[in-house]
Design a protein. Structure first.
Length: 823
């Protein structure tokens, strides 16, 4: 025997009622014994309440609303019942509506609506919907009977939340079902008193009816048909990655629904649970979905937690004072007075110092609560035993729920850690000793970020989302996007990392979309939907979105953009960049960024500042972390200059390209800085050696780096990049001479940076075949670290140190490492 309950949306329209009929017919075809419980058509109960209020106030417009309710039911009849059978059904609906109108006339005359009359008014919704659906089923040849639950569910006279008399009800239900052979279509939500007055069963009403019937009839299962695919791991409107929970225990369902998961209201299912009858929550609009089974024990789970849920708006009341310590009765008095005023407490937390108690309440009652407590504790406050009673607003509670949390360690750690990494401050915490719910109170503006981050970290088979904001879609930026695009699936399936680009900007346009920008079409979208770039606006949007696991990637060489790094890090957004500007300015600024990242527990990564994707900074940091001491760094740090000297110096002197040609080639190959003068002037290398020295623990300032100039002054002074190339052409001989001098000695030209004894020097050297830098080819970089532990033979890193692919790939690796860190 199955009890099927259909909620308001399931009987809310002609289309949905067709689905209901189909579900019932399928059961009958399978030979199942069933009973059906129906809610009112969606919205009707609220309309009836409104109608009752209007009538009490003497507002005759209620008739119009009554007419609309009648029409909705008539329309179902017109659509689903053959014409020749309609008039009889119309008449019976009319009869019920007449009864309602008579009642309302009475109400509007005496201008009074007692709870008793209100229950009677509210009960019309179920009576109408059930009558109509019963007739629809009958007209299709099913043997059905309308069952008015008031005949079989008996209650006391606490109108609006009546208590069921189970002894009498069970007897009546059993007797009724024993004698009736037709399929019973039962009105949900209503019952009646001994005297026959209509009562309603309170919140979760029709579920309660189904549960009462299921328990009385010892049903095999109760199916609650609603408009979602069962219970979800989180509210899908807030957490897009939420998914269905196949099985859940009664206790878990209770915890989750207390915190806002409104699919079912478990207390109303208590009678069924007491008899161990499983409940299935199913979707009328997606009937083949398995939904959720609620029972005493859940099947083995993949995840340690079952779901997360929230109350979005609460206020926290804090009662604090040194006079509370060790004094018995303070909390009894506190919660006693709250109970007397019928104030419901959402969560309580007290640290064992007993110095303060805090509890969460509905913010609408906060002022009232404060007044009540100020009065109740007036003496304690006057004597200074209680300092003050304060209220904090704009807060939310998040509950992390699951039987799997019981007796398993690391869950609170994981929860707090993910909130910490995302910069979500925890205002208060509560965990019951049942250990199936940890609740945290946080600022409301962090709610969505916190829910998504928690969901992401606990439901791990699902990929964790990494939200990227990329500024700079030039050579490196667009190569990075291409690499992310082609690696997207691998990262998702193998590394459980879902990389989502949520912001893009270049000098002209910017585009932000918290849902993510498709990586194969970012360029078109930026062009068509992008707005004029404003970095302050871009950063402000990022802070508005407040997305979890956010990373800002600066792929520009801009000087102004770095001023945003600190506030981004402060907002717990990691920063990744190949841009050297931030790390090569004043030492104090470099230091401040490092500290901010450290203090906030976020990452500031810039491996590509030196040697592009080559592991130079990571290697250096590894040595320093392990306590090594630096003696000397010697390096070729310009891919551009390496390439130039290697190409310039090869081949037949007569036919080889000029210096200016080779510089152009280097630019075309993507080795140079956006402005190649930065490379040729030595400034780029100066920045790099400065960064390496700082990473090695030496607080160098830019002025401590000596650059022995490579270029004639006229080239440096050129007003633009094209003018610079013209000037280079004019100075071809200068470079040709340098080269020939070196070649005459069997040497090669190398632009070498060194750091030793607190001094950094960059100069053009001619090196012979005995020198380790002689063999360098292409755009290779080489770095040699001489340290206390690498003293006899230095540690050397060598390889291509410039170019779009290797640089983007280094940026990418930094980004992915943040993904792993956040996990
Ligand atoms: N090319 C390499 O081998 C290499 C290696 C390591 C590091 N880098 C660094 O990578 C960075 C990018 O180099 P690139 O070759 O891609 O440069 P690029 O000139 O091709 O691209 C720069 C991008 O930044 C954008 N941009 C600049 N200023 C901006 C601002 N204020 N607001 C918004 N957008 C802005 C531009 O519109 C462009 O999209 C530079 O810092 C460079 O030093 C490059
Ligand atoms: N322009 C730089 C890119 C790497 O930072 C170079 O040539 O080395
Ligand atoms: Na590097």
């Amino acid at each position: 025997m199955f009890v099927l309950k259909f909620g308001g949306t399931s009987v809310g329209s002609i289309e949905s009622i067709k689905q209901v009929i189909q579900i019932i017919e399928t059961h009958r075809e399978q030979g199942d014994t069933i009973a059906v419980v129906l809610s009112a058509m969606s919205g009707v109960t609220n309309q009836l309440i409104e109608i009752g209020r209007m009538a009490t106030g003497g507002n005759q417009d209620y008739s119009e609303l009554v007419r609309r309710i009648e029409d909705r039911h008539f329309n179902v009849v017109k659509a689903l019942i053959p014409i020749k059978e309609q008039s009889k059904v119309f008449a019976s609906i009319r009869g019920v509506i007449n009864e309602l109108e008579d009642l309302l006339r009475g109400v509007s005359l005496i201008r009074e609506l007692t709870p008793r009359t209100m229950d009677l008014v509210m009960g019309f919704g179920e009576r109408l919907s059930t009558a109509v659906v019963t007739e629809c089923l009958r007209s299709r040849g099913l043997s059905v009977a309308f069952c008015d639950a008031r005949k079989i569910i008996k209650t006391d006279d606490q109108f609006s939340h009546a208590e069921v008399d189970y002894t009498l009800t069970n007897e009546l239900v059993q007797a009724h079902f024993a004698k009736e052979t037709a399929l019973q279509i039962v009105t949900g939500f209503i019952g009646s008193t001994e005297k026959g007055e209509t009562t309603t069963l309170g919140r979760g009403g029709s579920d309660y009816t189904a549960s009462i019937l299921g328990a009385a009839l010892n049903a095999d299962r109760i199916d609650i048909w609603t408009d979602v695919d069962g219970m979800m791991t989180a509210d899908p409107r807030k957490v897009p990655n939420a998914f269905n929970i196949p099985t859940i225990t009664y206790a878990e369902a209770m915890e989750l629904s207390h915190f806002g998961a409104k699919v079912i209201y478990p207390p109303s299912l208590q009678p069924a649970f007491a008899r161990n009858i499983p409940i299935r929550v199913l979707n009328t609009f997606n009937p083949t979905h398995d939904g959720t089974v609620v029972s005493r024990t859940a099947e083995r789970r993949q995840y340690t937690i079952t779901g997360i849920s929230s109350i979005d708006d609460i206020a926290l009341v804090n009662v604090q004072g040194s006079g509370m310590i060790g004094v018995a009765g303070v909390s009894a008095k506190l919660f006693g007075v709250l109970a007397r005023h019928r104030i419901s407490v959402i969560l309580i937390s007290q640290a064992s110092s007993e110095h303060s108690i805090c509890f969460a309440i509905d913010p609408r009652g906060a002022e009232n609560v404060k007044a009540i407590l100020d009065m109740e504790f007036a003496t304690e406050i006057a004597h200074g035993h209680i300092d003050n009673i304060s209220i904090e607003r704009d807060l939310s509670v998040i509950a992390t729920v699951g039987e799997g949390m019981r007796k398993s360690s690391g869950i609170a750690g994981k929860l707090f850690s993910v909130l910490g990494k995302n910069g979500v401050n925890i205002v208060a915490v509560a965990q019951g000793s049942s250990e199936i719910n940890i609740s945290v109170v946080i600022n409301k503006n962090n709610l969505s970020k916190a829910l998504n981050a928690i969901h992401n970290v606990f439901f791990q088979s699902e990929a964790r989302v990494l939200n990227l904001y990329l500024v700079g879609t030039g050579l490196i930026g667009k190569t990075l996007l291409k690499q992310i695009c082609s690696q997207y699936e691998f990262l998702r399936s193998e590394k459980l990392l879902k990389v989502c680009v949520v912001g893009l900007a270049n000098t002209k346009k910017m585009l932000l979309d918290p849902k993510g920008v498709a990586l194969d079409a970012w360029h078109e979208r930026l062009l068509t939907e992008g707005v004029t770039t404003s970095l302050p606006a871009f950063v402000e949007k990022m802070q508005d979105y407040n997305l979890p696991n956010s990373v800002f990637i600066d792929c520009t060489s801009d000087k102004d953009i770095v001023q945003f790094y600190e506030s981004l890090l402060d907002a717990n957004i990691s920063v990744v960049t190949p841009n050297k500007v931030a790390n090569s300015g004043p030492y104090s600024e470099y230091r401040r960024l490092q500290r901010t990242a450290l203090n906030r527990g976020v990452k500031f990564l810039y491996e590509t500042n030196v040697g592009a994707g080559l592991p130079i900074i990571n290697t250096l940091q590894g040595l320093i972390t392990a306590g090594d001491q630096f003696i000397k760094i010697e390096a070729i740090l310009s891919g551009t200059l390496s390439y130039i000297f290697n190409s310039f110096g090869s081949g037949d002197p007569a036919s080889r390209p000029t210096f200016a040609d080779v510089v152009r080639e280097a630019k075309e190959k993507g080795y140079t800085e956006p402005d190649p003068r930065d490379d040729l002037s030595g400034q780029d290398v100066a920045r790099k050696i400065l960064i390496l020295a700082r990473e090695a623990g030496f607080p160098l300032e830019p002025s401590d780096v000596t650059v022995k100039n490579l270029l004639p002054q006229s080239c440096l002074d050129a007003p633009s990049v094209p003018a610079f190339f013209d000037e280079l052409e004019r100075n071809n001989d200068y470079f040709e001479n340098l080269l020939q001098e070196a070649e005459a000695e069997g040497k090669k030209l190398r632009f070498v940076a060194s750091f030793e004894d607190n001094k950094a020097i960059i100069e053009l050297r001619s090196v012979g075949p005995e020198h380790p830098f002689y063999q360098l080819t292409g755009a290779d970089n080489i770095v040699s670290f001489t340290t206390e532990r690498y003293k006899d033979r230095p540690l050397v890193v060598k390889g291509p140190g410039a170019g779009a692919e290797v640089t983007a790939s280094g940026v990418f690796a930094d980004v992915v490492s943040i993904g792993s860190y956040l996990a």
